[in-house]
Structure formats: structure tokens, C-alpha cells
Design a protein around this ligand. Structure first.
Ligand code: 5GP
Ligand code: ZN
Length: 139
């Protein structure tokens, strides 16, 4: 897609430090890493959000993402990794070509997800929320 920086990276019009490429996906270093070695995996076909990515491509992204996470632990001595995908601007997506972050993590790396834990009022609210979601779920 024109004016998409990640499509330009795939086309070689913008330089990137490539880690992996096959017929469906490409992985390269994030230019502004949470930790050194932070990698992005993208589908070669332009998709703005994650829900339209075909199953074989999405599966490849997750599979290769996990393998890269293991490589990050072995190569750069990390303890673990986060796989993160922001879908939508409100979720933190800045580049509108779907991408999976592989964020290498160390026990003492000083980075914390700003995670909160709300609670439901009662069991009825939990059941109601689940029923609303299931009613809209299209696989
Ligand atoms: P988002 O917030 O959309 O999930 O993440 C976008 C990511 O893309 C950011 O972590 C940002 O550092 C990275 N990024 C943005 N522009 C470029 C670029 O031109 N090259 C590379 N390698 N990474 C980029
Ligand atoms: Zn694109």
C-alpha cells in the first residue's frame, strides 16, 4: 500500500535490519527498541488490523515470533520475551500495517507494562459480558 512505511520496508524502499524473511512474512529490528534486539514481524501483504490476516500467515507470524524469542534468549542472554500486537490507535497502534512485537525481557530490565486489574460487580455481569462477546464472534 502506498504511503505505508512497512510496505516500503518490504519493498526495500526504506532500509531495515532484516532478521528473517519467507514467502509470507518478514522480521526486522524495531528502530526504537524497548530492549536491544526488539523485533517486529509483519505480513508481506498489507493488513491494517490483525483480524483480516489469513490463518496461515497469522500462524507463521506467531510461530516465527516464538522461535525468534528463543533466539533472543540464547543470543543476547535474555530471560524471556513478550509477544505484543496493538490493534487500533486506542490500543497503541501507531503504524497501520499489522505487526507483532517480539520484546526481549530481562528480570531486571526496568520495563513494566502498565497493567491494571479491574473487577466485575458480580457473576451476572461476567455471564452477561461473555454472552455479548460470543454473540458477535465470527470465526
Ligand atoms: P506500534 O506502536 O504501531 O505497535 O509500533 C510501531 C513500531 O514500529 C514502533 O515500536 C516503532 O519504533 C517502529 N517503527 C516505526 N517506524 C519504523 C521504521 O521506519 N523502521 C523500523 N525498523 N521500525 C519502525
Ligand atoms: Zn503496509
Amino acid at each position: 500500500m502506498e504511503n505505508c512505511i512497512f510496505c516500503k520496508i518490504i519493498a526495500g524502499k526504506i532500509p531495515s535490519t532484516k532478521i528473517y524473511e519467507d514467502d509470507l512474512i518478514m522480521a526486522f529490528l524495531d528502530i526504537a527498541p524497548i530492549n536491544p534486539g526488539h523485533i517486529l514481524i509483519i505480513p508481506k501483504e498489507h493488513h491494517t488490523g490483525s483480524s483480516t490476516i489469513p490463518e496461515d500467515v497469522a500462524g507463521r507470524m506467531f510461530r516465527v515470533g516464538s522461535r525468534i524469542g528463543v533466539a533472543l534468549k540464547r543470543a543476547l542472554d535474555y530471560d524471556g520475551f513478550n509477544l505484543h500486537l496493538a490493534d487500533g490507535t486506542c490500543a497503541g497502534q501507531v503504524v497501520m500495517h499489522a505487526h507483532l512485537h517480539i520484546v526481549p525481557r530481562g528480570a531486571e530490565d526496568g520495563f513494566h507494562w502498565n497493567w491494571r486489574q479491574l473487577s466485575y460487580a458480580d457473576d451476572a455481569e461476567i455471564t452477561d459480558k461473555a454472552q455479548q462477546i460470543i454473540a458477535k464472534l465470527k470465526i
